[in-house]
Design a protein around this ligand. Structure first.
Ligand code: FES
Length: 110
């Protein structure tokens, strides 16, 4: 499985097995107590901070389509790979986190 990795960051946290994350969907986890939304697109994994930058809504309650996650509150959306806004009213990017798979476990660096 491919993963979004940043080997310069060492604080990796186990968040589950690859099969815990349904393909094409978003799943909430806690990484070192931080809410993170994990996305699986085929063999690739991505992670965003699980809070919309427009308001108090969890992106893990949203809907994934065309590489973006739609916020459930006002339907703004973010690119799941870069965190960049995809659709208004969102104007500010959401934080991204590196993801990797090691020995059959998914790890997020926060
Ligand atoms: S709270 Fe997410 S788009 Fe408004």
């Amino acid at each position: 499985m491919q993963a979004n990795q940043d080997t310069a960051v060492a604080a990796w946290h186990d968040v589950g097995e690859p099969d815990d994350f349904p393909d094409g969907a978003v799943w909430p986890v806690l990484a070192d107590g931080l809410p993170v939304a994990v996305f699986r697109q085929g063999e690739a994994l991505f992670a965003l901070y699980d809070l919309c930058t427009h308001g108090a809504a969890r992106l893990s309650d949203g809907y994934v389509e065309d590489g973006c996650v739609e916020c459930p509150l006002h339907q703004g959306s973010f690119d799941i790979q870069t965190g960049a806004p995809c659709k208004a009213p969102v104007t500010e990017a959401v934080r991204t986190f590196p993801v990797r798979v090691v020995a059959g476990r998914v790890e997020v660096s926060v």
